[in-house]
Ligand binder design. Structure first.
Ligand code: MSP
Length: 644
């Protein structure tokens, strides 16, 4: 193969499972990738940005059954949800791969066959535990929970025993080559701290990997052996090759492979940093250059999950603020490798202070003054004076530092530096007080110089912020009289002094209106769940607490209460007897969601009659945005067990 062209850049997101709608975590990976793509384009690269959906496997199969759909019907619906979200977030991908596309399926089968012919794939029998949620085989040393059941150490879900004939990939044969490769390529796994994790996992010894199933039907078939289907991770990882033309567009493939960087979440690092390079080594492809494992977003310090009801839907924030504040917050708040915490207060504070105050006000003030004092066109400013050159000189340093941060994927640092510069511009105006000078007609040139500097500085930072906030920066750019898109700018040729004194400045509308927390939380129709106010309740003694008889209850029977939308009549076994109760949870749970589940009930609360039915116990649930979220036990506990 010929050497890949130097100025090409291939960047990918993981492909997302279509078992559920996208949330802020998926948006995060995709926003990072989009910002880097946009930066690389401004830096002059020919970029290929790939994203897509992971549509096969047991998880999607199971989820589609639960929703009463076929897997492909579910996938078709979900793909639209992902694509709509990427549009709303201004994601500029070049290709969206779906693993159900023939080009992908054929490519995966071809690679499978190649490895089988080579002897790297062989037939055997697998006996072990499988986590459907992570689509992962559990290591042998995970202890038994009960006969035939183990708990997945990564996601905490129950896993059952699988015993079937399958094909194995000779992963063990690649252990030393992988370790050698990590030594030769210390940049392969980023952040660097994560490399240690990978190396020590490999050093513990790699076992051959089962890469087919006989019990999963919703998957790509093994060539010439229709009883077997291909393991979803072998299928999914190869998307990075099939999407870039492997086996269907050689020119594209040769232009972009190997990938420059795969952005992924830290939870799927092992698949990318161990299995993926081993598959590629086996099939003779060059290896990607960087696997970057980003951190996780938590909601109010807890992991987001559907059962907790705290999953953040990006659409609701987008509806209230548009794409840029969310893009900015996620990239500014934390370095890419670390975990972040999303709270509504934190989000508002950051955008009010950085976007509404520091940037928005500056644009507003500067442009309004140019408009009011000069009718939108600065007509004279004389020669630049020493007192005015500081912003220009500081910009040159800023530009090279910001480029360096972007190159190293330190996006939060790049933004931090830019905001440091914005503060300088704000200070410059505060020190030189153009609004005072404007009153003195003899100082018109001086006034022109000050406003020129501020406007030139603002124009100059537009391409630097553009990768993160493309929409707002294009707006500022246009307000400052530029006719082309920022996308046509090349950072290497871009200069502060290119701002023309004759530019026709437009009068701005507020770019980032300030939002008050109270208004933000009141805005019910944004759909953003209000922050739960802590009820200040009086303290109670332990004896008072002990008066409550809380027990584990097993749900036996569930019916809708006639004539109501919200009420369910539930029969619950509390160990000693069965009680009936009425609970207002029908808008969150269907009877099928509940039957067989173990929950917490208070059994010595005075009975109440609700809609003519005596409710003899009450279940405990969290209230989230007016909806009840019931805590279920993850481990099996006998009905009637005391809860304290
Ligand atoms: N389908 C696999 C990836 C195959 S790539 C060949 C998968 N899909 S996923 O939909 O479950 O997750 C996709 C990405 O979303 C992962 O990188 C994961 O880390 C990321 N996130 C999911 N929840 C997240 C947060 N709460 N925060 C940040 N990112 C997280 O895994």
């Amino acid at each position: 193969m010929e050497e890949r062209p130097k100025n090409t850049f291939y960047i990918t997101t993981p492909i997302y499972y279509v078992n559920d709608i996208p949330h802020i975590g998926h948006a995060y990976t995709t926003i990072i990738t989009d910002a880097i793509t946009r930066f690389k384009k401004l830096a002059g690269y020919d970029v290929f940005f790939l994203t897509g959906t992971d549509e096969h496997g047991q998880k999607v199969e199971k989820s589609s059954q639960e929703k009463g759909l076929t897997p492909i019907e579910l996938a078709d619906k979900m793909v639209i949800r992902f694509q709509e979200l990427w549009k709303a977030l201004n994601i500029s991908y070049d290709y969206f791969i779906r693993t159900t596309q023939p080009i992908h399926e054929k490519g995966v089968q071809k690679i499978f066959q190649k490895l089988k012919d080579k002897g790297d794939i062989y037939k055997g029998t697998y006996k072990g535990y499988y986590c459907i949620s992570d689509e992962n085989f559990l290591p042998e040393d995970v202890p038994l929970e009960k006969e035939g059941h183990k708990i997945c150490p990564d996601c905490g879900k129950e896993c059952s025993l699988v015993s079937e004939e399958c094909y194995f990939f000779k992963l063990s044969a690649y252990q030393d080559r992988l370790l050698d490769f990590y030594v030769q390529h210390p940049e392969f796994v980023r952040p660097h701290t994560r490399m240690n994790e990978v190396v020590s996992f490999v050093k513990q010894g790699l076992k051959d990997l089962s890469i087919t199933r006989t019990t999963v039907k919703w998957a790509i078939q093994v060539p010439d052996d229709p009883e077997h289907t291909i393991y979803v991770w072998f299928d999914a990882l190869n998307n990075y090759l099939t999407a870039i033309g492997y086996d269907w567009n050689l020119e594209l493939y040769e232009k972009f492979w190997p990938a420059d960087v795969h952005f992924i979440g830290k939870d799927i690092l092992r698949f990318h940093a161990i299995f993926w390079p081993a598959f590629l080594m086996a099939s003779g492809f060059p290896l990607p250059k960087i696997i970057f494992g980003h951190g996780w977003w938590l909601k109010d310090d807890t992991k987001m999950s559907k059962s907790k009801g705290n999953v953040l839907d990006p659409h609701v924030i987008l509806k209230a603020f548009g794409p840029d504040p969310l893009r900015y917050f996620l990239l500014r708040e934390i370095p890419i490798g670390l975990d972040g915490n999303f709270s509504h207060e934190g989000f508002l504070h950051r955008i009010n202070s950085d976007l509404a105050n520091d940037l928005g006000n500056l644009v507003q003030r500067t442009l309004t003054m140019i408009f009011n004092y000069f009718g939108g066109r600065i007509d004279s400013m004389g020669e630049e004076q020493t007192e005015d050159e500081a912003l220009r000189l500081a910009f040159d340093t800023l530009k090279s530092r910001v480029i360096d941060h972007y190159e190293k994927y330190n996006l939060n640092k790049a933004l931090e530096e830019i905001w440091g510069y914005l503060n300088k511009v704000n200070k410059y105006l505060a020190t030189h007080e153009p609004w005072i000078i404007a009153k003195d007609i003899t100082q018109r040139e001086r006034l022109g110089r000050i406003l020129y500097q501020a406007a030139a500085a603002l124009r100059a930072i537009c391409p630097l912020i553009f990768p993160v906030m493309p929409e707002s920066m294009e707006k500022i750019w246009t307000l400052l009289g530029e006719e082309n898109s920022i996308e046509d700018t090349r950072l290497s040729q871009f200069d502060y002094k290119d701002f023309r004194i004759t530019s026709n400045i437009l009068k701005p509308d507020p770019l980032f209106p300030r939002v008050k927390l109270e208004d933000f939380l009141k805005e019910k129709d944004t759909g953003i769940p209000p922050i739960q106010k802590e009820d200040k309740m009086e303290q109670i003694t332990f004896d008072e607490f002990k008066k409550m008889d809380l027990r584990v209850g097993e749900i036996l029977k569930v019916e809708h209460v006639e004539g109501t939308k919200k009420l369910l009549k539930i029969d619950v076994n509390i160990g000693t007897e069965t009680r009936q109760m009425v609970a207002g949870i029908a808008d969150t749970y269907s009877p099928d969601d509940l039957i067989g589940k173990k929950i917490v009930v208070i059994v010595n609360l005075k009975p109440a009659v609700i809609r003519g039915i005596e409710s003899q116990a009450m279940l405990l649930a969290a209230e989230v945005s007016g909806k009840a979220i019931v805590p279920f036990f993850l481990k099996d506990v006998p009905a009637g067990s005391k809860v304290r």
